[in-house]
Design a binder for this molecule. Structure first.
Ligand code: ATP
Ligand code: MG
Length: 843
């Protein structure tokens, strides 16, 4: 009989009846039964996953139909089952989400990382219409949007912000249109007005100076060209109180983008700062501009020398070169001069109220009515005299302050006569005891931005209300007014970044120091071996918008893994060795095995390692009790050895008479050509003293989450939340001899690269010495190299890096010496990340 090509009507009806049992209506069930692409796969799903017995809504049933045709790269029922559960549990609600789920499995072999899956597929995403409207209006406000011509770029920009990726496109479009009507009037009116203007030949400012030009395909755009950053004004596009200020600014900058990164030197930078660094340096570099590193050192009480050095080092380590290094304190004279000028313009006054009185006059805790104090109206000459006295130290701290004469009627607290200068008696680390008065952030920041001709003053969203006072002060003094634009902070949960709390943990001995690899300060991530490129690409994929991005630290680990996958060479390494004696090899057997350092990156080259009668394998790769799904070593079982020509079979083993633990495995090398190709290959290292094999690792440090809860920062007692087992130390790991050559090469390359990079930076920038004062941090090549450049994957184990506690004198040997460990050399390794995120166990 010829094969049946089309099913009979009865067969279709039977199948359709079956499909109805999962909640499809008659018509849909019939369509599915008739479709050659869907019928069979759907039948398989219904049967294999007992879908008839589960309660499935009709919408979910349609999604199951959509999902049924097998995706070629999604072969296993286990993965299908996972997706089906998510559909039926109502977690995956749209075809887009189902597609994202399939994509997720194509890119990530099991086991599933639940939180990464949920994030990628938008599981749990929800936003109320009110929230969405608020997001849209704050985006419009923050992105210099002026009329309806920006409609599509605003929709595009919002769609590209990671947290709105799963918002319904239709809802988003409607919300943006509504916000545009509310902000700019109806589209028809706006168009009519535009026509009328054209008719009268009214010149509109060129769109170039105003921000978003026509949108291109988002896929071809970088984070600097779309969304928040893409919508920033062009240099010169920021309004000025007098036109000549704009001209002067553009002459000074040549029309370039000039930005600054302005850390307060009162602590080490953390992962959150890398977003600001990326935005400030990246945006300027993208537009061929320049970025200052400016230490915002106006508070002598909190600053310490060591932070200055570390900040520059960290910025450079992340891959950025400041154009100039400056200090707010460089401008103390100019700032003081402008403070005097402010008083002369009757826009500033010395206030002798106590801090409590100032607070009460601002409405106090209960936001009662605000009042001007008697000093607000005093004659200019009186204030000038008192300001002079403040400067001479004739007032004690808190007795007198200089205040801006702003607008007490304003709804914005940043306009309630902010303090511009206060008396502080601590010596300043750069200006010593020359000054008794210091400018506040509110007075300093905008003016120094102005002095430095900053075109885009990018800062985090908590400064949004400060924009009004920023503008007010520049205009009051009639100086160039940079445009401040605010982006959302990066907040990381699962760790603590607060300086005060970290300091307490260090002091009380919970962690070693600020660079303890369990922390998320940037010096800690560096020490832990995280490549700077992994941090930058992580930040850039998160995108930049006005909303706070809140991320679990474990998500960063996923990016690090991806980054290391093809950039870290692979070595044979055994973390917890178990001795194997190969009984059918001679005592002095030696063969050399050559194996690539990366299966997919031939440029890494290869290493040659000895293979002898005594080898070590991972103790986890041997078991006494065999089972069907176990393919490694057990009595009578055969396993392959990476790179070695033949597999081995376990013939017997020895155990410790007291503990019963297996201490040695006896095996046979299957070199007779009979053995089948093994299912699994395991890593090993051989004992061979003449080649220096194996290399013994003093200590391998494995880091687990420092905190037990997911959000220690929110916990009232974060010290009690510390995980007592967050540091695991393994002694006696073994490495192949290829480690030495690799380590030396990585070290040499890093030294050469850091020299070349630093020479170039010093040629192109002004970061050699700061004025006449060469005590201050400047760019040097050793800022960029440390033992953390020696990273590798211990094959099948994890990614590792050499810790700075190691002593490796051999790195300094001349190039023609075959590297060997010297007396006193010790290797200490840090685990950067595990190879895969373990379910339920955080790496
Ligand atoms: P923290 O309070 O977390 O210690 P900070 O605001 O006091 O931070 P600064 O030294 O003033 O730290 O920060 C320098 C720059 O880095 C500022 O522009 C600030 O807005 C930015 N920044 C600080 N924390 C973050 C963060 N979590 N995400 C993005 N940018 C940040
Ligand atoms: Mg700060």
């Amino acid at each position: 009989m010829p094969p049946k090509l089309t099913p009979t009507t009865e067969e279709i009806d039977a199948l359709a009846a079956k499909f109805e049992t999962i909640g499809l209506n008659k018509a849909k069930a019939k369509d599915a039964a008739k479709s050659p692409k869907i019928a069979e796969p759907l039948k398989h799903l219904v049967e294999a996953f007992k879908l008839s017995e589960r309660s499935v809504s009709d919408k979910q049933a349609s999604l199951l139909v959509y999902f049924a045709p097998p995706s070629s790269k999604l072969p296993s029922d286990q993965e299908r089952g996972y997706i089906i559960d998510k559909i039926i549990d109502g977690k995956l609600k749209s075809t887009d989400q189902v597609n994202a789920a399939i994509k997720y499995f194509e890119a990530h072999p099991p086991p599933v990382d639940n939180s990464a899956f949920d994030y990628e597929c938008g599981v749990g995403f929800s936003i109320t219409p009110e929230e969405l409207y608020a997001r849209v209006t704050s985006y419009i406000a923050a992105n210099a949007v002026f009329d309806w011509s920006s409609l599509s770029s605003v929709i595009g920009g919002l769609k590209n912000t990671p947290d709105l990726r799963w918002a319904s496109p239709l809802e988003l479009k409607n919300t943006v249109e509504k916000a545009f009507v509310d902000t700019f009037g109806s589209k028809e009116e706006a168009l009519a007005k535009l026509k009328a203007e054209k008719a009268k030949d009214v010149k509109k400012p060129t769109p170039k100076a105003l921000g978003p030009e026509t949108v291109q395909e988002p896929s071809t755009k970088t984070v600097f060209e779309q969304g928040f950053l893409g919508a920033l004004h062009k240099p010169g596009g920021n309004p000025q109180i007098k036109p000549e200020l704009r001209e002067r600014h553009l002459t000074a900058t040549g029309g370039q983008v000039w930005t600054r990164f302005p850390p307060e030197p009162n602590g080490y930078l953390h992962i959150g700062h890398s977003k600001a660094i990326f935005v400030d340096f990246g945006y300027a570099a993208h537009h061929g501009g320049k970025t200052y590193l400016r230490y915002d050192d106006t508070n002598p009480e909190a600053e310490e020398g060591k932070y200055f050095e570390s900040i520059l080092e960290t910025v450079r380590w992340l891959g950025y070169e400041p154009w100039k290094i400056t200090y707010s304190s460089d401008y103390f004279d100019q700032l003081y001069g402008l403070a005097v000028e402010l008083i002369k313009r009757d826009k500033g006054y010395v206030c002798l109220c106590t801090p409590e009185e100032i607070h009460a006059n601002r409405g106090g805790e209960k936001s009662l009515t605000r009042k001007a104090c008697s000093h607000r109206m005093r004659p200019v000459a009186d204030s000038l005299a008192d300001f002079e006295k403040m400067k001479e130290g004739k007032f004690a701290p808190g007795e007198a302050v200089l205040r801006m004469k702003q607008d007490l009627e304003s709804g914005n607290p940043q306009m309630w006569d902010l303090i511009a200068y206060r008396v502080l008696l601590s010596p300043h680390h750069r200006t010593g005891d020359r000054w008794k008065v210091y400018p506040t952030y509110d007075f300093t920041h905008c003016l120094v931005d102005s002095f430095e001709n900053i075109s885009h003053s990018l800062c985090t969203a908590e400064f949004i209300l400060s924009r009004e006072s920023y503008d007010w002060l520049c205009d009051a003094l009639e100086v160039y007014k940079p445009r401040q634009s605010e982006f959302g902070r990066l907040s990381v949960t699962g760790t603590i970044t607060s300086k005060r709390k970290i300091l307490k943990m260090v002091k009380e001995g919970y962690i070693r120091d600020w660079d303890d690899p369990r922390l998320y300060t940037l010096i800690a991530l560096r020490r832990r071996g995280v490549p700077p490129g992994a941090i930058i690409s992580f930040i850039s994929t998160l995108g930049v918008s006005t909303a706070t991005t809140s991320i679990q630290v474990t998500r960063l680990e996923q990016s690090i893994r991806q980054h290391l996958e093809n950039s870290a060479p692979r070595l044979l390494m055994v973390l917890r060795p178990l001795k194997v004696t190969i009984e059918n090899l001679e005592e002095d057997h030696l063969s050399m095995v050559e194996k690539p350092l990366h299966p997919k990156v031939p440029e890494f080259g290869s290493s040659k390692v000895p293979f002898t009668r005594t080898i070590y394998i991972e103790s986890e790769d041997f078991r006494l009790v065999d089972s069907k799904d176990y393919f490694r070593l057990a009595p009578g079982k055969t396993v392959g050895l990476f790179g070695a020509p033949y597999p081995i079979t376990c013939t017997s083993y020895k155990s410790d008479p007291v503990t019963g633990a297996v201490v040695e495995v006896i095996a046979r090398l299957e070199n007779s050509g009979q053995a089948k190709k093994p299912k699994t290959f395991i890593q090993w290292v051989a004992e061979h003293a003449p080649s220096g094999s194996p290399i013994r690792v003093g200590e391998t440090r494995i880091f687990h989450q420092l905190f037990k809860s997911d959000n220690p920062a929110a916990s009232p007692d974060y010290l009690a939340d510390i995980n007592p087992d967050s540091l695991e130390v393994v002694k006696g790991a073994l490495l192949e001899t290829g480690f030495l050559t690799l380590a030396k090469k990585l070290w040499r390359d890093a030294v050469a690269e850091s020299k070349a990079r630093t020479e170039k930076a010093l040629r192109e920038n002004e970061t050699g010495v700061h004025g006449t004062d060469d005590d201050t941090p400047h760019a040097t090549s050793d800022q960029l190299v440390g033992k953390e450049c020696i990273r590798f994957q211990g094959l099948r184990v994890a990614y590792f890096v050499v810790d700075k506690d190691s002593k490796l004198k051999f790195l300094e040997e001349s190039d023609d010496v075959v590297p060997t460990l010297r007396d006193g050399d010790t290797i200490i390794l840090n685990r950067i990340v595990s190879l895969k995120e373990d379910a339920g166990k955080t790496a």
